[in-house]
Write a protein that binds this ligand. Sequence first.
Ligand code: TXA
Ligand code: MG
Length: 326
Amino acid sequence: MKPPPFSAVSDEEIQHAAALLRSGKLVAFPTETVYGLGANALDADAVARIFEAKGRPHTSPVIVHVGDQEMAAKVAASWPTAAQMLAQKFWPGPLTLVVPKTAVVPDIVTAGLPTVGVRMPAHRLALALIRAAQVPVAAPSANRFTQLSPTTAEHVREGLGDRVDYVLDGGPCDLGIESTVLSLAGEGPVQLRPGGISRQQIEEVIGPVITGEHAPKGPHESPGMHLRHYSPRTPVFLVETGRVPQEGRGAYLEISDPPERKVSEAITMPGNAREYAASLYRILHDLDAKGYDWIAVEKPTGGAEWEAVLDRLRRASSTGLEDQGQ
Ligand code: TXA
Ligand code: MG
């Protein structure tokens, strides 16, 4: 059966966006996780524009998005068995594999690292764009540095304005949380960032995986993992048992514990990690526009499936002081 057409995006638009990519321009596009800010990954000048548009330091490597295995082979100097098995199981999907890079990948993409993060996104628009462009597409999340990742085209336009040449609007992203980043460049697999594919899911395929903070320094380095990341402008507090700040006006994201005092706005969040992740950034974006003094978030207490959500909540609620020296 033929798949239904993309809701509002015509084939001409995809061709136009692909031509822009090929000519060194920036195109924002939807993926199943968040919107990406794309440039031709083989064009150092185009990728430099991504850093400029985001206000992102050059120490942060960018994920390279591919449309098929052949493109992955072009940017990856080696493809370990673990990569093979994981790509087979989870691609297209929210899993970024960090492997040794080839010389065609400019240093600016990888922040000078000898490795490259590669993923094939599970979004028909993203895949159509990359395949039409016929080049791998370097794309970080389409937001200004340290701000919240965008899960709608409106978020992209609000955050980046005319710093982006074109925005493909594919509606809201399904997952709403970024891909898992897994390094296969050293001795054993290391999870550098929890995300859309859980550590358990990965371990079922390749066995034990350690997390970044337990990895020895060296090939698994991930210089882009600044603590203050994924943050709204409004201060965020991660709280337990309804302990919201005593001063000021604020919003409270509740799972099961009501706030200890009356708040300006209380939102009941899903008790399921996947659904929670799917709505979190949109809710934070909306609340951020309301000018509250704070946003208090009830800390989810569930199991391993909450790892990615907890990671993002911790980063969103960081004051930034801990970030010094990273
Ligand atoms: O879901 C996602 O991954 C989204 C969509 C657009 O694909 N992209 C995304 O990109 O979140 P970004 O740039 O915001 O985060 C990518 C992270 C970097 O912060 C870095 O930690 C890690 O991936 N990364 C990328 N390349 C790496 C490399 N060569 N070595 C280690 N870590 C790398
Ligand atoms: Mg990001």
